[in-house]
Design a binder for this molecule. Structure first.
Ligand SMILES: Nc1ncnc2c1ncn2[C@@H]1O[C@H](COP(=O)(O)OP(=O)(O)O)[C@@H](O)[C@H]1O
Ligand SMILES: [Mg+2]
Length: 286
């Protein structure tokens, strides 16, 4: 079943002025409930503009967005209700922490949802556990913490609203490899335990290759590719043409194939590459 659907979605910034800019144009995307979707593209390709339409933060210049079949821009009530269903974590969300304690920051979203104090408390603890924030930190000021921890707290604040759709704009930007890995694991864990739909915006193929079920590639405000990781990474040359990296394992597989090693198509993770090399080695040993 479709949870989010866009039809001919177009957004033009500063329409009718000399600064007019078509940021996205004619986007048709249908996202089934529970999918882990990655949105990939170069800086300026329209990724952030696109996702900000999915919880009515931006309104389409033309076209429409549906959540569970309902036009989210039908009236002001639909625009408000969609914000509880679709949670959006901005790029560098740590700059938006403003409460005096970690607990209050995570509780901010659910506190606006007319829930009981116990329900809010339960949600805060559950969300903190999902992102690996220790309860010992609850009474600390978020400003005292490291960049990685701040980001987890910001993500927990959105998770605490238990959105059916969780959207994260570049959640690993600026983190070291270990920090990236942990955040991605937390997100996968959250999705597995709740069945939520997750949309991750990234410009890192290596990050999304490991976890995404589907990849949508944006290029100059349009969808250039839409498919499974296998389908997308088979089109390595096209990806490189539009200035995107391909996963390192895919790059290596291409290079080894050029050297004459009989590796199959569709390799894009290190595990797949290792297994394929071992299979070739075993084959030649027989
Ligand atoms: N508030 C804005 N006003 C005018 N132009 C904008 C604004 N935000 C983004 N843009 C332009 O829209 C295009 C798409 O931007 P954006 O959605 O931020 O892309 P991405 O997230 O892929 O980097 C870019 O050309 C960008 O300069
Ligand atoms: Mg962006």
């Amino acid at each position: 079943m479709s949870v989010i659907k866009t039809e001919k979605l177009t957004h033009i910034y500063s329409m009718g002025t000399p600064f007019e800019k078509v940021a996205i144009e004619g986007i048709d995307i249908d996202i089934p409930q529970g999918q882990l979707l990655a949105v990939i593209g170069h800086t300026g390709s329209g990724k952030s503009t696109f996702i900000q339409h999915l919880n009515a933060l931006l309104q389409p210049s033309s076209g429409a967005v549906y959540c569970q079949g309902e036009d989210i821009n039908k009236d002001k009530f639909s625009r408000r209700d969609v914000k509880w269903k679709v949670g959006l974590v901005f790029q560098y969300p740590e700059y938006q922490l403003f409460e005096e304690t970690v607990y209050k920051d995570i509780a901010f979203g659910p506190s606006n949802m007319k829930l009981s104090a116990e329900e809010i408390d339960q949600r805060v603890r559950e969300a903190a556990a999902f992102v690996g924030v220790d309860e010992e930190l609850f009474e600390h000021s978020p400003l005292e913490l490291s960049g990685g921890q701040k980001r987890r707290i910001a993500i927990a604040g959105v998770i605490a609203m238990r959105p059916q759709v969780l959207i994260l704009d570049e959640p690993t930007a600026g983190l070291d490899p270990r920090g990236c890995q942990q955040i991605l694991e937390n997100i996968c864990d959250y999705r597995e335990k709740t069945g939520a739909t997750v949309i991750i915006v990234s410009h890192s193929m290596d990050d999304v290759a490991k976890i995404a079920e589907r990849i949508v590639v944006f290029h100059k405000g349009k969808v250039a590719m839409d498919g499974s990781p296998e389908e997308i990474f088979c089109r390595a040359e096209e990806l490189m043409d539009i200035g995107l990296d391909i996963p390192r394992a895919a790059e290596l597989a291409i290079a080894l194939r050029r050297e004459g090693l009989g590796l199959p198509e569709g390799i894009y993770t290190h595990e797949q590459l290792l297994a394929a090399i071992l299979a070739v080695k075993e084959g030649s040993a027989c």
